[in-house]
Design a protein around this ligand. Sequence first.
Ligand SMILES: [Zn+2]
Length: 281
Amino acid sequence: MPELPEVEVTRRGLLQDLPGARVQRLWSSGLPLRATVSLPRLRRHLQGEQLSTVDRRAKYLLFRFASGTICSMHLGMTGKISLLRQQEPRHKHDHLELQFDNGVIMRFNDARRFGAVALWPAKTAEECERIFSSREGLEPLGTDFTARALMQLAAGRRAPVKSFLMNGRLIAGIGNIYANEILFAAGVHPQRAAGSLSLADWDRVTSATAQILQEAISAGGSTIADFLGISGHPGYFQLQLKVYGRTDAVCSQCNSRVERLVSGGRSTWFCPQCQPLNKGR
Ligand SMILES: [Zn+2]
């Protein structure tokens, strides 16, 4: 499943070619995604419109048009966006295509169709975005993502810190891989109650989050051409995974072995030495 870094890299790739261009032609497979907009409605609001920029909120891409209209896209489980320089035969799971007046064609391909497309017409776009944004958690790469803010958000919560990090309504876009890696880098046991972490713990968690997400974005940024190419599936970046999926591997920081447990229904890996459970405040 594309996680926040993959979505961010997609955004940066789109920014290289699309802003300033106008939508010339739209096509849709007509097959339903998790949320879809009918082709006539897309045409009515986007045809001839100039794209100003592409933003990201949580794992949503927000295509902002000069008219004020916003089109949001979520990649779901298997969605990917590619840019083509010229028309090519469509693939089986292509569901949406926007051709721009600079010749670039953007395609949305999604085998499992859990992706989502929404359209907020200019008149109501601001209000729609406000409501949408209020349902998403703190942006882990934003300026509000501080140790103090997290400590406040976690106050009184008994849920494991790993579930806390992965709760999209509290924090946007951190999936299982990144949650495991962040907690290892921060030296925090994944099953500690979120409300029990000290400010110093949160300090390490926020630094580790920034560092790991940036590393992932850089790793993706270096292969941005593949990422946006029609043949390449985004998948996960070649992050140097320290604990995720590494049951019994020797820890990269000590001589202990990485252990696996199931927390909140998800596989969880950690180093019992580097991430002690009984670390009181
Ligand atoms: Zn260790």
